[in-house]
Write a protein that binds this ligand. Structure first.
Ligand code: MIC
Length: 642
């Protein structure tokens, strides 16, 4: 067996491990972050949960860190009280990004994790099956339900050789994106193996696993080996280590090989992580920002290498070199080892540990000016600037470019590649993570709900027939950032669905929210390929549902968003004949009769104006029931924990 099969088999609660079939997995750990976590907590409240049933549940505060007014801080206080109430660990603001802090404090080889953030897959770096999900799925895992997913195929990627100087883990995942683009991983778990894996530190593996989300993969998994053991030991948790390797001759559904020694510095051009070229191809273009940090390059090494490259020099005056530490303890280590001093002296700007500018919480670039970032995503406008030009690259490329003021292949710098040693004496600071309260004390806690926290509305069951005008028709690879933007203006409304719904699709069609509200009988949206790629934010389903969205017909869907649509009672259908996508126009009327009966067939007819077209659905029986009842919360009320 490969590693994926081993972990899935040991956690299989229902279903068969046949690709495409729905399986149910026992979940050992859950992770929430603040931007999605407030809804999770409201969902737990609606479910009447006493205490988490998972071995470990952690609530992180890492996204909404700017405090322009009362809202974000009210969310933090709510989350702190809810963590106490439901038996969670609580990682306070300033501790850092969920994915790296989780890896440091809780990651455990062989275990399963689900988190309300698409980059939860980063924990696959330690030999976990770690899956990003919508908040409701996570709430269910917290309440003791298994996680339902379609059994993925396994994509084995053999790594051989050793990375050359100036080339690092980010270039490995950019190479995968160059080969497979943003939907090349859909339906797969990417499993890395081979001698090349031994050349990568635990945090290097995190870089590669994290951006498996950009490939559209269900998750990524690495072996758990001596390097994993060393990492756990350095975190004082060697007892959590077990060895996990694929069996000799293990089979994969698809295979590829990367010779690390042949890789060159790569860069994803605006505005898709799949738009990858060698840095050398576009060298010389002026840059205005070089942004270091995020869950895509979170390791000590990723900051120390930048510090060593810019040491005793000054970055170009035009360039803002923004340093965003990924965790409090890594920041402490950078201070201890003098790297923070080198960065400051070279002209860098230092921000607090957290997600920050990666989702447009500050540090937005100027219009049309090139911003080089070590972050995982460069979807249009995600930086907070609508006309942005964000490039994704390694810390080496970002640092070299900051020094030169233009996009620079770091191999052209005139000094030796600085070798960074991962500190053998990392700083541990568990006191900054609050421990779960014992049940008795926890039951006395009341949730602290400021005026910005609005409880969830009750969703109506699926009617037997729907007559819906098409209010939007969009193209391929629509992201959840397109559907519901992030950024400092919108994120503070993550706990207030009526308010946040006013921002739905505004960058694609600012008239959509108003038009949708007027259409009291509901409406449909038409999408292209890979509809809803990107984040796990369930707001991208819940907000349009609040505005009356009942059906999305697309050429194909991204995994998490597809699930989120179902969870909030929105029917996701796929065109059987792609030409029908071209033929549908705005304001056409879609008619679906005999619901939910028609869902018995995988392929069935619907009417568009007076024409008949065929659509396809791949829903499990459970998902059909969820849709019929009007969403997962209604389903949970009828189906107590098995
Ligand atoms: C992201 O990177 O897009 C986010 C912000 O972390 C999201 C979660 C969110 O929308 O809050 C994700 O990746 O799931």
């Amino acid at each position: 067996m490969n590693i994926t099969q081993k972990i899935i088999q040991s956690h299989l609660v229902a279903g068969e491990m046949k690709p495409g079939e729905e399986i149910a997995l026992k979940i050992d750990q859950t992770l929430c972050q603040d931007a999605t976590g407030t809804l999770v907590m409201l969902e737990l409240e609606a479910m009447g949960l006493k205490q988490t049933k998972a071995d470990v549940s952690v609530q992180y505060v890492d996204h909404n860190l700017l405090q322009e007014d009362n809202k974000n801080q009210e969310d933090h206080l709510f989350l702190e009280s809810a963590s106490q109430r439901f038996g969670f660990y609580f990682s306070r603001p300033g501790n850092g990004i969920s994915h790296v802090v989780h890896m440091q404090n809780f990651g455990k080889p062989g275990a399963t994790l689900t988190g309300s953030d698409s980059h939860t897959c980063a924990a696959g770096s330690m030999g976990m099956i770690a899956i990003g999900s919508g908040g409701l799925e996570v709430a269910m895992a917290i309440a003791g339900y298994p996680l339902y997913i379609k059994m993925p195929k396994v994509f084995g990627v053999k790594l051989i050789g050793k990375l050359p100087d100036w080339v690092s883990a980010k270039d490995v995942i950019l190479e995968m994106l160059r080969r497979y683009d943003v939907k090349g991983g859909v339906g797969y778990i990417v499993e890395y193996y081979g001698d090349g894996v031994k050349q990568l530190t635990a945090m290097d593996r995190h870089v590669i696993a994290n951006m498996g989300a950009e490939l559209g993969a269900t998750t990524t998994v690495f072996p758990s080996d001596e390097i994993t053991r060393e990492f756990l030991k350095s975190q004082g948790r060697e007892h959590d280590w077990i060895e996990l390797q694929a069996d000799e001759g293990a089979k994969y559904d698809k295979q590829d090989e990367i010779d690390l020694s042949k890789l060159v510095p790569l860069i994803a051009k605006p505005s898709s992580p799949g738009n990858v070229v060698p840095v050398a191809d576009i060298a010389g273009a002026e840059i205005y920002q070089s942004y270091i940090g995020s869950s895509a390059n979170p390791g000590y090494r990723d900051f120390a290498i930048v510090a060593e490259i810019v040491k005793n020099q000054t970055v170009q005056s035009r360039v803002s070199l923004d340093i965003n530490p990924s965790s409090r303890t890594i920041l402490e280590e950078l201070v201890r080892d003098g790297h923070l001093g080198s960065l400051l002296h070279a002209g860098a700007r230092i921000h607090q540990a957290g997600c920050n500018g990666c989702i447009g919480m500050g540090q937005a670039p100027a219009t049309d000016k090139n911003s080089l970032r070590t972050v995982p995503r460069n979807f249009p406008g995600r930086s907070g600037t609508m006309e942005d030009k964000v490039f994704l690259c390694s810390p080496e490329t970002a640092a070299a470019s900051a020094l030169m003021g233009v996009i620079t292949d770091p191999r052209t710098l005139k000094f030796a590649y600085p070798k960074i040693k991962v500190p053998q004496n990392p700083i541990l600071n568990p006191a900054c993570i609050d421990l779960p309260l014992p049940l008795k004390e926890a039951q006395k806690i009341t949730l602290v709900k400021g005026p910005n926290i609005v409880s969830l509305e009750q969703l109506a069951p699926l009617p037997t027939s729907l007559k819906l005008p098409v209010l939007l028709k969009v193209g391929n690879n629509i992201t959840t950032d397109d559907i519901l933007p992030a950024g400092a203006k919108v994120l503070p409304y993550r706990s207030n669905i009526p308010k946040i719904s006013e921002f739905t699709y505004i960058h694609i069609d600012e008239t959509y929210p108003e038009r949708a509200k007027k259409q009291t009988g509901g409406h449909a949206i038409i999408g292209g390929e890979n509809y809803g790629q990107g984040s796990s934010r369930e707001h991208a389903a819940l907000a349009p549902r609040h505005l009356g969205l009942r059906v999305v017909i697309a050429l194909s869907f991204a995994r998490i968003h597809w699930q989120n649509l179902i969870n909030f009672g929105i029917l996701p259908l796929v065109f059987k004949n792609p030409d029908d996508y071209k033929a549908i126009n705005l304001l056409d009327i879609i008619t679906l009769d005999h619901l939910p009966k028609i869902l018995k067939d995988t392929v069935f007819d619907i009417q568009v104006n007076n024409q008949t077209i065929q659509v396809e659905q791949t829903l499990s029986e459970r998902q059909k029931e969820i849709l019929e009842l009007g969403g997962l919360i209604n389903w949970i009320k009828k189906n107590p924990v098995p």
